[in-house]
Design a binder for this molecule. Structure first.
Ligand code: UD1
Length: 432
């Protein structure tokens, strides 16, 4: 089993370049098979979740050419099966986007029910509401989502809650429906806008993405396109917080500063220095940070995916902080691991009460999920001594070259097989 070993206490210094946004790439790859022409997508992050989705579309007959590490060409003209029952697909949440894209293009889809991080109950009812409003019949049978329509017709949908997944999924299917679809209470996240921009570049007619009302005029078919995915706001936020956690000075490059405003605001509030440039942000910290209250909300509020990193940063800040998780109820699993490192955090229902301690100390900890795992790496950077983070496969699902990018900033971190005692000893000797 691979693990990260981190020797804490070194400030991160230098520059890091952010990869393409995983959550946008997942929607865009699903959308790419909706045309029979070839689509070229750039800035695709090389991470596990993307590999799995690419393998899944290959399995049903799409042609996938990896031009280089971050560029892929996809051709969906030879799709021969509308049944996505590939074992791995269950492991990623966003496999559900194949329901929207296949339903839109072929009026039929059967996709294994998705998995993803265990961060709370993740219902699918709003996706079903969207598809049914377009005239589809949806059933969950034998572990798969089965959707079928004799004809897809535009509809008017008012979502009961703001869901990124349901907004993108309904938008995918609606692009090729007959007539106009209106999505109300739609999610406004940057990746909703990116998927809409991509679909528009393929000839779709989507207006209003980024607001809570999206209007889609169905078109008969989509065409080929070339598109570059937006930078990953969560990876960028994670490196901003890593810079702060390690009392460092880091220029986070290839970002859209607007997408990072909620993180920037909190960093400024607790005493970090943040400078925004056109496509980069610099985070600098010297001295102990202060406390704050944070509530996770839908965009442009504070993103739930950055909650574990925020809580970790606050675990060594002055005073008492309160973090409230409003999106996923099970997103505090990493807190037990932080406690092992000396943090003083009490979780009551969806709220963490954090009494800032002077320091964390290294320990063996377990990544419980993707973002919780990244937060534990940040904890390792702050802690005195060595921290071992197990289950790094969770972290690799969402961060490209995570330990390499950290190393480039001067962090003492390696990824190593837990059985490779020689490499572990060598690393520990080198950094001691
Ligand atoms: C996406 C992101 C994830 C992020 C989340 C919230 C991807 C691949 N994943 O997940 O990283 O944490 O947005 O920003 O983009 N809900 C329902 N019914 C539904 C769907 C959702 O009640 O049919 C609820 C969920 O339980 C949750 C809330 O809506 O409380 C938001 O979920 P949603 O936006 O759908 O999250 P995902 O799209 O799964």
């Amino acid at each position: 089993m691979e693990q990260y070993i981190i020797k804490g206490g070194k400030p991160l210094m230098g520059e890091v370049t952010i990869s393409g946004y995983k959550n946008a790439a997942l929607g865009i790859i699903a959308a790419a098979i909706m045309t029979d022409e070839t689509v070229k997508i750039e800035n695709v992050p090389k991470i596990k979740d993307i590999d799995i989705l690419l393998q899944a579309i290959e399995k049903i007959g799409a042609k996938v050419d990896r031009i280089n590490r971050n560029t892929v060409k996809i051709n969906g003209s030879k799709i021969s099966s509308l049944k996505v029952d590939f074992d791995f697909v269950r492991k990623i949440r966003a496999s559900y986007y194949l329901v929207g894209s296949l339903l839109g293009k072929y009026k039929n889809a059967q996709v294994a029910f998705p998995g993803g991080c265990n961060i709370g109950s993740r219902p699918f009812d709003q996706h079903i509401k969207g598809f049914e409003a377009l005239g589809a019949k949806v059933k969950i049978e034998h572990g798969s989502i089965c959707a079928h329509a004799d004809e897809l017709k535009g509809g008017h949908i008012y979502f009961d809650c703001t869901s990124v997944g349901a907004t993108i999924n309904t938008m995918l299917a609606a692009c090729l429906a007959d007539g106009q679809t209106i999505l109300e209470n739609a999610a406004k996240e940057p990746h909703v806008v990116d998927v809409a921009n991509f679909l528009n570049s393929m000839g779709a007619n989507i207006k209003g993405a980024g607001t809570d009302i999206i209007r889609i005029k169905g078109v008969p078919k989509l065409h080929g396109s070339e598109y570059s995915i937006i930078p990953d706001q969560i990876e960028a936020g994670t490196f901003m917080f890593a810079a702060a956690a390690s009392q460092g000075d880091v220029l986070v490059k290839n970002v859209i500063p607007k997408h990072l405003e909620a993180f920037t605001a909190k960093l400024l509030e607790i005493g970090a220095e943040v400078q925004e440039f056109d496509d980069s942000v610099r985070v600098r910290v010297s001295g102990r940070l202060g406390n704050t209250h944070v509530k996770t909300l839908v965009y442009p509020g504070f993103l739930t995916d950055m909650q574990p990193q925020m809580t970790t940063l606050l675990s060594v800040s002055k005073g008492t902080s309160i973090v409230t998780e409003n999106i996923f109820e099970n997103r505090f699993k990493y807190v037990d691991e932080l406690t092992r490192m000396g943090a003083n955090i009490k979780v009551e229902s969806n709220t963490a009460i954090i009494e800032g301690v002077d320091k964390l100390t290294g320990a063996i900890v377990n990544a419980p999920d993707l973002r919780g795992g990244a937060a534990l790496v940040l904890a390792g950077l702050m802690a005195e001594g060595f921290t071992t983070v197990e289950n790094v496969e969770y972290i690799e699902r969402g961060y490209e070259n995570f330990e390499y990018k950290m190393q480039q900033l001067g962090a003492d971190i390696i990824k190593v097989d837990s059985e490779d005692t020689k490499a572990i000893r060598k690393f520990k000797l080198k950094v001691s």
